[in-house]
Write a protein that binds this ligand. Sequence first.
Ligand SMILES: C[S@@+](CC[C@H](N)C(=O)[O-])C[C@H]1O[C@@H](n2cnc3c(N)ncnc32)[C@H](O)[C@@H]1O
Length: 166
Amino acid sequence: MIRRADPQPGQLVVELGSGTGPMTRALVTAGPGLPRFAVEPVATLAAATRRAAPGVEVVEGSAEHLPAMLADRGLGPIDRIVSSLPFAAWPADLQDRVLAGITAALAPRGRMVTFTYAVSPLLPAGRRFRQRLTESFAHVTATPIVWANLPPAFVYVCEGVALPQP
Ligand SMILES: C[S@@+](CC[C@H](N)C(=O)[O-])C[C@H]1O[C@@H](n2cnc3c(N)ncnc32)[C@H](O)[C@@H]1O
């Protein structure tokens, strides 16, 4: 995930769905000041992220409010989003609200990486998510499945936020 995100020094990097903090810790190791903040709505998990990555700000809230989280901190658009959000388990309206928050917050040349389980393309919600990704970004690629992950998973790499149609 971190290699596909390819964060560069000085970039604004935000993590979504930090859970117990394994990605947060990997981002901290990847570079100083990474991530700028992590988002996790479940208080006990947010606390676990803080323990896993001391010094990283963890915002307790939903990723759909990403633009407001940036505005509250006086931050510009995000260069890299590292997402573990369970899009393929979500209903259509939640997928759309969170994707709208992400595309409003991401810089035009920004990149989002988001993992999903290998079964995701077999599920209606997983197929819908992929479709919505291709509508929201100019370039969407999928990595090979990582079979060593339990459960096996792959990563969508999304770039080029589609501008709203006039
Ligand atoms: C699959 S877990 C991944 C946790 C961790 N990043 C990892 O790799 O182990 C997904 C996480 O997304 C969080 N989540 C669910 N809905 C969310 C939302 N609307 N905004 C932000 N995070 C959310 C969950 O609470 C959970 O911690």
